[in-house]
Design a protein around this ligand. Structure first.
Ligand code: ATP
Length: 383
């Protein structure tokens, strides 16, 4: 294995994680294609563990004996060498207990391959929300630990990394679990760096519709607050053990957030807690978590708490009760019965106006890229 040092500027450190080192130097490990080929037994089907939007993922054993998840980026998601290495450098210096560690990459010829720490217990999508396909048991304590861990990882990206990172694709399939069910946020490296003093960046939208904040889904407006919205959806999924949408349920109960809001209004939030816990949970805490989920998904980005506040609320260091909770922003509310977004819900320039106030933080507007992927006039099939 070849190891090349890259020069880095000085980066901040946090008590729970680190970004870079004081010497300003960091090694990005460059793997040869041959080593990764050997590690994955020629990228065999037997070693293929997943397929995502960016390419295929293989399990492999590296020469040093460590297991790795080896993500082979598809031709469409391949960047030029310079950009790829720049991004890899940024990602590989970020270390936190709740983030998947990037070991290094391979850039030989046209190959663009990322090598990550391998997590034994799959994603939350395949386990907790995987409808009995996993033997893992998630009692209330482990769910609570998972929620707090994800919140910490995201708070680290949002508030400790300089310049901060917006994940843009927080969802159950991007939360991997290690042997002890410690959650690790994956794919954060595929987000783009947003310099604190920069107002806009323009890149493709990578989110999954059910987790998207309305302002993101309609205007392609990406801020830390849109990540916080997605986290709120995920939080309610973890407590309820349900996916954000279930078409098998009667109309009116299909959208998890809508159900959560209705139950909140009726003072019956406890009914949303996963029945598979058989009542063995701290009801007050579970309801508090759902309330935090509702706060995170408020229609107005301004009303959503920061991730460090969310961590404090989850840990009981800050009260949720003194916060006014209004109806969450629901994309389904903006559509007419045919699944179209009426003109009145869009701005004069074709952007959604809704009833939200403008986010106070710099945002990313990627409307053109977004509409290329999802027809915003017909979101019902995607929702
Ligand atoms: N570090 C890892 N350790 C173990 N398994 C992993 C790791 N990274 C990815 N996987 C597996 O590969 C699958 C695909 O991952 P990937 O991140 O490419 O796509 P995704 O998150 O499922 O979808 P999308 O690309 O739409 O976000 C995951 O669901 C998981 O099962």
């Amino acid at each position: 294995m070849t190891c090349f040092p890259f020069l880095f500027g000085k980066r901040a450190k946090s008590p729970t994680g680190s970004v870079g080192n004081d010497e300003g130097m960091h090694n990005v490990r460059l793997y040869t294609y041959k080593e990764l080929k050997v590690a994955t037994e020629d990228f065999s089907l037997a070693n293929k563990i997943g397929e995502g939007g960016f390419g295929s993922v293989y399990k492999g054993r590296l020469r040093n004996g460590k297991l790795a998840a080896i993500k082979v980026l598809s031709a469409q998601s391949r960047q030029g060498l310079k950009e790829f290495l720049a991004e890899t450098k940024v990602i590989s210096v970020i270390e936190h207990e709740n983030l998947v560690q990037l070991y290094g990459c391979c850039v030989e010829n046209n190959h663009r391959i990322l090598v990550y720490n391998y997590l034994e217990n799959n994603s939350l999508a395949q386990t907790l929300l995987g409808r009995g396909s996993s033997s893992l048991q998630f009692d209330w304590q482990s769910r609570s630990r998972i929620c707090i861990g994800i919140a910490r990882g995201l708070a680290f990206l949002h508030e400790d990394v300089q310049p901060y990172i917006i994940h843009r694709d927080i969802k159950a399939s991007n939360i991997l679990l290690d042997r002890d069910l410690t959650p690790k946020i994956s794919d954060f490296g595929l987000a783009r760096l947003v310099p604190a003093n920069m107002s806009h960046i323009s890149t493709g939208v990578a989110g999954t519709i059910g987790y998207l904040a309305p302002e993101y889904a309609i205007r392609g407006q990406v801020t830390r607050k849109s990540d916080i919205y997605s986290f709120g959806v995920l939080l309610v999924e973890i407590v309820s053990g349900r996916c954000n949408k279930n078409t098998k349920l009667p109309i009116g109960e299909q959208y998890l957030l809508e159900t959560a809001w209705n139950l909140y209004e009726r003072g019956e939030l406890v009914l949303l807690v996963d029945m598979s816990l058989n009542g063995d949970f701290d009801a007050e805490e579970a309801c508090k978590y759902i309330k935090i989920g509702l706060l995170c998904t408020q229609d107005s980005p301004k009303l959503r708490p920061s991730m460090s506040t969310v961590v404090k609320m989850l840990m009981g260091e800050m009260s949720v009760e003194d916060r006014k909770i209004t109806k969450p922003g629901l994309l389904s509310d903006l559509m007419d019965p045919r699944g179209k977004i009426p003109e009145k819900n869009k701005g004069s320039d074709g952007l959604f106006l809704g009833n939200s106030t403008t986010s106070s933080e710099p945002s990313t507007v990627t409307t053109a890229t977004f509409t290329a992927q999802y027809d915003t006039n017909n979101l019902s099939s995607a929702l």
